[in-house]
Write a protein that binds this ligand. Structure first.
Ligand code: ADP
Length: 763
């Protein structure tokens, strides 16, 4: 701001100055052309006269200056200091002064100047004016400020990075560390005095010292510009801390040796430990990734592939390449599930995961390099960092080729099975353990003339087939309950169809899971009407036959009895009157009549087997044998024989026929013995899958293999009655009993080496 004052004392002074000393030529040009700015200033601070340099410096003309005071153009912050000096000068406390201060130029800029102030007195000693010499020091001041700022910045950086600094005279070993370095290893600088390069060497880990030396040599030989080394330093507390040393040779001796090196120390223990941890978890992750048989593929946020695990490489058959998403399909031969169409980019699971964030069970095909097609099922997700930045995406691929094949096969089997299920002649279904009909085959449904919906889902006993009578339904209900407990149930029953009723052989077969629980029941029925009819006819025939046999044998036995009693009377009454020959004939006749009686009895027994109404019951065969053996005690005693019994089970059968069976076999074993041999008979039982196997073994005369079949036929004997008594009906009877129990009978034998008769009884 300029103050316009007219006709003031200053105006007067200026005018008088013009006439005065300055007017002198020599001073005028020195004043005018001086390279520094000079101003003559009144006591109040007004510029009385200024030179060219000052005008140039501040941008005012000499005219304009006359209306200015130094106070007006001085920076307010610097004014006080300046005025202080001015007063001292006025009061003669000082001769002159020098200060650095700021001026405003005409254009409003701030410049730094160096001001030298002095005063000139009149001859009478009164104040005349100040002389102000003004030097522009803005460039120096700026440079200084710059340096100060820079220093501050470096200071801040060092503080901010918490770095220690070092200076090292490589030639003398003189070293300077700052306090931070000492602090890093738990000391103060004073504690470490005297400090030189040996101080550092004392604390560094020997292995790292060696590494550091190699790095330094590389710097000294100018092979590397910077010294960079991670070193372990021993902390005061005994632990090792990690310090990153960086530095540079800044000056060299004239003969090219390193002189001064400067650098920093940064503690990186945490970083180093984190790095070690990271390396460990990466190693762990790599091991896991490469030991699973799921293929893992990762891409970055731009769709560039970044990771393949081993399984992924194996699935592709080619090594990992960081290809862009647009090349994935072609590079890795990705196909749709039809195995023909190349997979478009937008269908590739990794791309979909990257774009949509998540995907599950996406299927596609990779054509392996070998040409084999691998069907894969994929799950995928985006990958985000902690700050919610998208990093990329990952997919996990499972090879489902075999599963697919198996599923296809299963489907085919299911279709075939359904075909068989529906076309079979039997009635087959599927029940839940509570008796609900889950499925019935076509044969069973067609039989009723109803629709599946009329039957499926109902309780089985409420279905049409069973509406014959309440008794039929109740029977089924209780048998299903038995099957639900794991029992196999079989019975004949009459069921109702659209064309009337028929008899079926009906099974309820429980289905078990691995833990043995019944999970379903399979009902199966086969029409046996014809069989039943035939069987009934047969039964009738048998009954007739039995009646015939009974009548016949009774009728035959009557005359036989007559013959033998009359023959006995003949012998008794005429014994002394007839010759020896006649007596012999009478004896033969009696004997023949007796044998005939036995034969007729055997035949009658044989005919009766299976035609009785005796029920099947549980038989403890062990106990049964205990009852049978005493029947042979006389014979065993005579022959000094022995019967051994081993491991005999409980069986289901008809008690009397089973007893006859054992009796016949043991009887034969005792009968067909070699002379002068003590009979040894073993009766054993053995559990088989679906039946019990018995064996009656003897040490008798044995049987030649070519007789094995025939001995089970009626009246078939291998010996004469003189050698061994018998009718030839024993084994035929055994055979019939076994057949009636649903079993088999056979033998193993060699002549002179004993025989083993085996038979089975259904469980
Ligand atoms: P039999 O009344 O004659 O004993 P079987 O039907 O019981 O009639 O036996 C038929 C034939 O088989 C016998 O005549 C005998 O030759 C032979 N046989 C039966 N059991 C044995 C055995 N344990 N050892 C040797 N031969 C036997």
């Amino acid at each position: 701001m300029k103050l316009k004052k007219e006709n003031t004392i200053e105006d007067f002074q200026v005018k008088s100055l013009e006439k005065d000393t300055i007017k002198t030529d020599e001073f005028t040009s020195a004043f005018e052309y001086a390279s520094i700015g000079i101003g003559l200033v009144s006591l109040e601070g007004r510029f009385l006269k200024v030179n060219k340099s000052l005008c140039e410096l501040l941008g005012y003309t000499a005219e304009e200056f006359i209306h200015l005071t130094f106070q007006e153009i001085t920076h307010p912050d610097d004014l006080e200091g300046d005025l202080e000096n001015v007063y001292k000068l006025i009061n003669d406390e000082i001769e002159n002064y020098q200060i650095e201060k700021r001026y405003f130029t005409k254009s409003g800029n701030v410049i730094w100047i160096n001001l030298s102030g002095s005063k000139v007195k009149n001859l009478d000693g009164t104040f005349k004016y100040f002389i102000a010499q003004i030097e522009n020091i803005t460039p120096r001041k700026n440079a200084f400020n710059q340096i100060t700022k820079q220093n501050l910045r470096i200071q801040n950086i060092l503080e901010g990075t918490n770095a220690g600094t070092w200076e090292w005279n490589v030639q003398t070993g003189e070293t300077n560390f700052n306090a931070r370095w000492a602090e890093m290893i738990g000391y103060t600088l004073e504690e470490l005095e005297p400090i030189n390069i040996k101080t550092w060497e004392k604390f560094v880990h020997p292995e790292d010292a060696l590494k550091s030396e190699q790095n330094l040599i590389a710097c000294f030989e100018k092979k590397s510009q910077y010294y960079n080394c991670e070193c372990r330093m021993q902390h005061k507390d005994g632990n090792w801390i990690w310090v990153l040393d960086r530095g540079k040779v800044m000056t060299w001796t004239e003969d090219g040796k390193p002189l001064m090196m400067f650098g920093t120390h940064t503690e990186i223990t945490n970083l180093k430990e984190t790095k070690i941890e990271l390396r460990k978890s990466k190693a762990f992750l790599d091991t896991v990734m490469n030991s699973i048989d799921v293929g893992i593929v990762v891409c970055d946020q731009n769709g560039k592939l970044t990771t393949f695990n081993q399984s992924a490489e194996e699935m592709q058959g080619i090594p990992f390449k960081p290809v862009e998403s647009k090349d994935w399909s072609a590079n890795y031969s990705l196909l749709r599930t039809d195995g023909i169409t190349p997979l478009p980019l937008e269908e590739i699971p990794l791309y979909r995961a990257l774009k949509n964030g998540h995907l599950e069970n996406a299927e596609f095909i990779i054509q392996h390099q070998s040409g084999k097609q691998i069907i894969l099922s994929c799950n995928g997700n985006q990958i985000w960092d902690q700050n919610k930045n998208l990093l990329g995406a990952v997919v996990a691929m499972t090879d489902i080729t075999e599963i697919k094949k198996a599923t296809k096969l299963n489907e085919e089997i299911a279709i075939k099975f359904k075909g068989i299920f529906d076309s079979t002649f039997q009635f087959i279904g599927f029940l839940s353990p509570d008796g609900t009909l889950l499925e019935a085959n076509q044969t069973a449904i067609d039989f009723t003339g109803l629709e599946p919906d009329d039957l499926i889902g109902k309780k089985f006993w409420d279905c049409y087939w069973w509406s014959m009578s309440e008794e039929t339904q109740e029977g089924l209900k209780s048998n299903i309950a038995k099957a639900a407990k794991g029992e196999f149930v079989q019975y004949e029953v009459e069921v109702l169809g659209k064309n009337g009723s028929i008899t079926i052989l009906f099974n309820l077969k429980p289905l078990f899971d691995l833990s043995g629980e019944v999970i379903a029941i399979i009902p199966e029925g086969r029409p046996i009407q014809e069989i039943v009819d035939t069987r009934n006819a047969l039964l009738r025939k048998n009954e007739e036959l039995e009646r015939f046999a009974s009548v016949a044998s009774h009728d035959l036995k009557e005359p036989l009895r007559m013959i033998s009693s009359f023959m006995s009377l003949l012998k008794k009454n005429y014994g002394g009157q007839i010759d020896e020959k006649a007596e012999k004939y009478i004896h033969f006749s009696i004997d023949a009549a007796n044998r005939m009686t036995i034969l007729i009895n055997d035949l009658l027994n044989y005919a009766k087997i299976g035609n009785d109404e005796v029920p099947f019951v549980m038989i403890d065969t062990n106990q049964l044998l205990e009852e049978i053996v005493p029947l042979f005690s006389a014979s065993l005693e005579d022959q000094n024989g022995k019967i051994e019994i081993e491991n005999l089970p409980n069986i289901i059968g008809k008690i009397t026929p089973i007893k006859t069976l054992f009796q016949n076999l043991i009887g034969n074993a005792l009968k067909y013995q070699k002379p002068n041999t003590s009979p040894l008979i073993r009766v054993k039982g053995k559990e088989k899958m679906s039946d019990w196997e018995f064996c009656v073994e003897d040490n008798g005369i044995g049987i030649a293999a070519h007789h094995f079949e025939e001995i089970f036929q009626m009246f078939r004997r291998l010996h004469s009655k003189e050698e061994y008594s018998g009718t030839g009906m024993g084994l035929a009877t055994c055979n019939k009993i076994i057949k009636q129990h649903g079993g088999e009978i056979w033998l193993e034998s060699e002549e002179e080496k004993g025989s083993k008769f085996f038979f089975t009884i259904k469980k």
